[in-house]
Design a protein around this ligand. Structure first.
Ligand SMILES: *Cc1c(COP(=O)(O)O)cnc(C)c1O
Length: 381
């Protein structure tokens, strides 16, 4: 094989080589890896919907009725009434005129940004946005400006200096950040967007299903839905299924159907997945106790860590505990693992040097006891 592969693999120290660890069984928050059981704090299945009996029944019934695959892209033979039902429902859930379904969040972000922006345009992105957003900007050929995380003064500075030099400008942020577990100041960003005549795209991957009175996300909770031009999110996290959506004006949807390469050149999601996405939105609306419990347990875990003198970031169901150097994060995670708790280290270069952390995600299936055990086990190694 190519020499560069060997060189790369040998250069990675033991603690930085990424490896796959298959889960052999899962029951609620308890998973089994290599024959040992752990309480899992690493899953994005925030509401526990991936194991909801109604979701499983929906997947089975839709597969029996429509088959397991969709047979082509939406523009060929893959389109079904079910997709249109989901898009109508998603639009109303998110409070936008229309929506378009994508095969994954990664494909949505790379496809949407590269279809709508190109050379001569500028994109202003929060320093911590997801890799799929960065890849979309690179693919677009637009000029990328990164502002310090949630730093409105820095964003305004860049907008003031640069936005006038480009044909059109986009600001892009996540609403709930996956690595810091904090929230973007959406109202302030909306004000800047208006002042400088830009468009705004918000990725609600980690907020959908968890925040907002109806569980539709942080845009709903902060009353910023109307001001956000492109409201993107996924069905793959709290919604317990797969795929992604963009909620947007009808004409943007029509434009993307005609120009977005990740939409055009990929087979449509299977009917069972689409049916589950519909069911998931219904369940989020109906079972609001799920998100309330997640946020309640999140406060419990966050306060428990703080009471132990640990440095904790954010304000959501994602709870990063600062460890410092990579090696310390690895050791803390290993100690937790020995205590039967799975919470993974996030290291440089994913996060800045010296800010390695253990990331806990709280799920509906966690119990008070699991939360207390995690607080007791951390940092005691
Ligand atoms: C997970 C995630 C994505 C990608 O979504 P997938 O459906 O897993 O491809 C995009 N953006 C953010 C912020 C995410 O956390």
């Amino acid at each position: 094989m190519d020499k560069h592969i060997n060189v790369f693999l040998e250069q990675q120290k033991d603690d930085s080589l990424r490896i796959l660890r298959p889960i052999s069984s899962k029951a609620g928050a308890v998973i089994k890896i290599a024959g040992k059981e752990y309480v899992d704090f690493s899953s994005n299945d925030y509401l526990g919907l991936s194991n909801h009996p109604e979701m499983i029944k929906t997947a089975q019934e839709a597969s029996a009725k429509y088959g397991t695959g969709s047979g082509g892209s939406r523009l060929l033979s893959g389109d079904r009434t079910l997709f249109h039902d989901l898009e109508d429902l998603t639009a109303s859930f998110k409070g936008k005129p229309s929506s378009l379904v994508f095969n994954s969040g990664y494909q949505a972000n790379t496809g949407i940004i590269s279809a709508l922006y190109s050379k001569g345009d500028a994109v202003f992105a929060d320093k911590l946005v997801h890799a799929s957003i960065i890849d979309g900007i690179l693919l677009s050929g637009a000029r990328l400006f990164r502002y310090r995380h949630n730093d409105m003064a820095h964003l305004e500075d860049l907008l003031k200096k640069e936005s006038g030099n480009f044909k059109k400008s986009l600001i892009v942020t996540e609403s709930v950040f996956s690595m810091d577990g904090d929230a973007a100041p959406l109202k302030d960003i909306c004000a800047l967007k208006e002042r400088y005549g830009c468009s705004l795209m918000v990725d609600e991957a980690h907020a959908t299903g968890v925040f907002g009175k109806n569980g539709s996300g942080l845009a709903e909770e902060t009353g910023t839905t109307e001001a956000i031009d492109l409201l993107m999110g996924t069905f793959s996290k709290a919604l317990g299924s797969f795929g992604a959506y963009l909620a947007c004006p009808e004409r943007v949807k029509q434009y993307l159907i005609n120009t977005c390469r990740s939409f055009i050149y990929s087979t449509a999601l299977p009917p069972g997945v689409i049916a589950c996405n519909i069911k998931a939105i219904e369940l989020v609306r109906k079972e609001d106790g799920r998100r309330k419990k997640v946020l309640m347990l999140s406060s419990l875990l966050r306060d428990g860590f703080k009471a132990k003198g640990l440095k904790v970031l954010g304000c959501t169901q994602i709870i990063p505990v600062l460890a410092g150097e990579n090696a310390r994060a690895v050791k803390m995670s290993q100690d937790l693992k020995n205590a039967g708790i799975r919470a993974l280290p996030i290291r440089y270069p994913t996060v800045p040097k010296g800010e390695a952390r253990i990331r806990f995600s709280v799920n509906y299936d966690h119990t008070d006891k699991m939360i207390k055990d995690a607080v007791n086990a951390i940092g005691n190694g």
